[in-house]
Ligand binder design. Structure first.
Ligand SMILES: Nc1ncnc2c1ncn2[C@@H]1O[C@H](COP(=O)(O)OP(=O)(O)OP(=O)(O)O)[C@@H](O)[C@H]1O
Ligand SMILES: [Mg+2]
Length: 322
């Protein structure tokens, strides 16, 4: 149970901020109020918010993830229209944007959450747009009286931005009725409802465990507006992801090395520890190590700029797992 005093403090904190925000919104404001007969293009709104840059960067830097990109751009449209409506004084309650990201390790959940935080900030939905990453131990104490302050501290840090709760199902332990997880979930539920225009909560984890978590926590399920499922990458996508990573680091694979990476990934994809794009990053990090080792083994040989950039099959022949 949360001592009523703590809960009141948490709620009072929220309402104080809400008043400040309402006062700010009430001011003549950066948006500039338009007369009812005016017209507006959304292109101008897009330009003013810089939203297209974020969507273009998402498209360019992240391979695949089409359904995710689609959803992000739908949310962006909703907020753009919301912004345009506000210029005519058409106030509406902020839409609920709490989300759940499910998928295997390394499928891009954290990366997309970071971009989402930035997008929501640009569109004026979130005031500060930081992303605070939390797991069970950041929110839940081991002894009585520790959980409420711990959860509140994280919520304070995340206010104005995104609270990203990784492996959210560990918050709740059905087998242990004395578990303090219930208390943390209770506080989260309150804040997700009362402060939903100041904080976006993203719950992340494996889909099957998340489904079980929602079944035992219908209150949480009903507060999540968007479910995004991150599929495992296919071989072609993993290779393209590798290419993007190498390009950013000014390396590239020779055609033979590319073949080798394809074979290596095909082997790894069957391993239960395979972590999608993160495994690609690890493979390439190891390849850079071996490349450096190969070049430095011949200290007197002349190496060109191209040699310093090009990875060869030898560099990929590492036996380590993932
Ligand atoms: N579609 C993609 N295109 C390019 N790079 C990607 C893509 N998806 C993931 N990555 C890269 O792979 C790495 C792992 O991604 P990220 O940390 O977002 O995965 P995650 O789903 O949060 O994993 P976990 O569940 O283990 O926390 C990051 O370095 C990220 O930049
Ligand atoms: Mg992650």
């Amino acid at each position: 149970m949360i001592p009523p005093r703590d809960m009141n403090k948490i709620l009072a904190f929220g309402s104080k901020q809400a008043k400040k925000r309402a006062a700010r919104r009430g001011q003549a404001g950066e948006l500039g109020r338009l007369p009812p007969e005016a017209n507006i293009t959304l292109a101008a709104e897009r330009e003013a918010t810089g939203v297209d840059e974020i969507l273009a960067a998402l498209e360019q830097d992240l391979i695949g993830l089409q359904p995710i990109k689609q959803k992000v751009s739908e949310i962006a449209s909703l907020l753009l229209v919301d912004r345009a409506r506000r210029r005519f004084g058409l106030e509406a309650p902020r839409p609920n944007l709490h989300m759940c990201f499910t998928g295997s390790p390394g499928t891009g959940k954290t990366t997309v959450a970071l971009r989402m935080a930035n997008l929501l900030h640009r569109l004026g939905y979130l005031e500060t747009g930081q992303l605070v990453h939390a797991m069970r131990n950041d929110l839940i104490g081991e002894y009585i009286g520790q959980t409420a302050p711990r959860t509140k501290k994280i919520l304070d840090q995340a206010m104005g931005g995104v609270l990203f709760i990784d492996e959210a199902y560990y918050l709740y332990n059905e087998k242990d009725p004395n578990d303090y997880g219930q208390e943390a979930v209770g506080i989260l539920l309150q804040v997700m409802e009362n402060d939903r225009d100041r904080l976006v909560v993203v719950l992340a984890g494996y889909k099957d465990r998340m489904d079980v978590f929602f079944t035992s926590n219908p209150g949480m399920a009903s507060r999540i507006a968007h479910h995004l499922d991150f599929a495992d990458y296919e071989l072609g996508e993993l290779l393209s992801i590798g290419e993007v990573m190498l390009k950013q680091a000014h390396y590239y694979l020779s055609p033979e090395a590319e073949d080798m990476l394809g074979k290596q990934l095909t082997r790894q994809m069957g391993d239960p520890l395979f972590s999608n794009a993160r495994s690609v990053r690890n493979d390439l990090d190891r390849a850079r190590l071996r490349h450096a080792f190969r070049l430095s083994a011949e200290p007197d040989r002349l190496w060109s700029r191209d040699d310093l950039m090009r990875l060869e099959p030898f560099d990929l022949m590492s036996d380590e797992r993932l």
